[in-house]
Design a binder for this molecule. Structure first.
Ligand SMILES: [Zn+2]
Length: 270
């Protein structure tokens, strides 16, 4: 599933495609179930002839702020990606919905598993409510992280993936962050020492920022770039049991945490 670095790399790619300032001239909805609000007809009417003022991101959501104050919000979920291509180019067979632009191109939502979601709303808070701090914003500090973990008798791996604790982190980058901080993924948030939380804070900021840089060049090929062969090669924790730890060579272990495969080195993370 795309995580913050995938979505931010995609946002930068779309900005690089010159999407800001372009106008949607129509919306062709082939998979209506992706539209969460408003009803389909209102969605299409509401987006048509609206100019994209700004392309932003919050957690794993892409936010297209439109010139009438509304926002088109996109969540890519498991397999979604957005492509900007000339209208004359054949569309990817798994293009579920697409938007025509005033410059002869199209914004195409390709989504093999059909899990992606789109909203058109006046108030972004309607969709974004309940999200925790944005980890690459200056307002996210070690103290903020400490507060978020206080008293939480839940494995830190699950807390890192909880969008209300820190926004944007998912399964893969939580494992990378815990490996870099030498923390056992099963440790409860409440039991972490001050120094461990500070180390984890630094790892969150450094790893997410570095991942965005790594992924930016491989976004246009579609799908979550982290899960492409190039993306996987940038990870420090192999996504496979018994592979050697990149630091000590011991076999990587897999443990389910709240139903999600967690990879870690029991030697380095203790
Ligand atoms: Zn190790």
């Amino acid at each position: 599933m795309p995580e913050l670095p995938d979505v931010e790399a995609m946002r930068r790619h779309l900005v690089g495609c010159g999407l800001q300032g372009r106008t949607f001239t129509g919306a062709i909805i082939l998979w209506p179930r992706a539209i969460k609000t408003p009803p389909l007809e209102d969605f299409v009417l509401g987006i048509t002839d609206r100019r994209i003022e700004e392309l932003d991101r919050r957690a794993k959501f892409l936010l297209f702020r439109l010139d009438d104050g509304q926002s088109l919000i996109v969540h890519l979920r498991m397999t979604g990606s957005l492509l900007v291509e000339p209208a004359f180019e054949p569309r990817h067979p798994m293009t579920r919905n697409y938007f025509t632009l005033d410059d002869g191109r199209e914004l195409r939502f390709v989504d093999p598993r059909k899990l992606g979601m789109l909203w058109l709303v006046e108030d972004q808070g309607q969709v974004l409510k309940g999200l925790g701090p944005e980890p690459l914003e200056p307002s996210f500090t070690p103290q903020v992280l400490m507060e978020q973990l206080k008293g939480r008798k839940v494995p830190i791996k699950a807390l890192l993936c909880d969008q209300a604790v820190v926004a944007g982190i998912g399964n893969i980058y939580a494992d990378e962050i815990l490996f870099a901080s030498a923390i056992d993924p099963l440790t409860h948030g409440a039991d972490l020492a001050h120094s461990q939380v500070e180390r984890m804070y630094r790892a969150i900021v450094v790893i997410l920022a570095q991942a965005i840089e790594n992924l930016a060049p491989i976004v246009p090929r579609g799908g979550p770039p982290t899960e492409s062969p190039e993306g996987l090669s940038t990870l420090k924790v192999p996504r496979k049991e018994s592979q050697p730890c990149s630091q000590c060579g011991a076999p990587i272990q897999r443990v389910p945490v709240r139903g999600r495969s967690t990879y870690f080195c029991s030697k380095c993370q203790g």
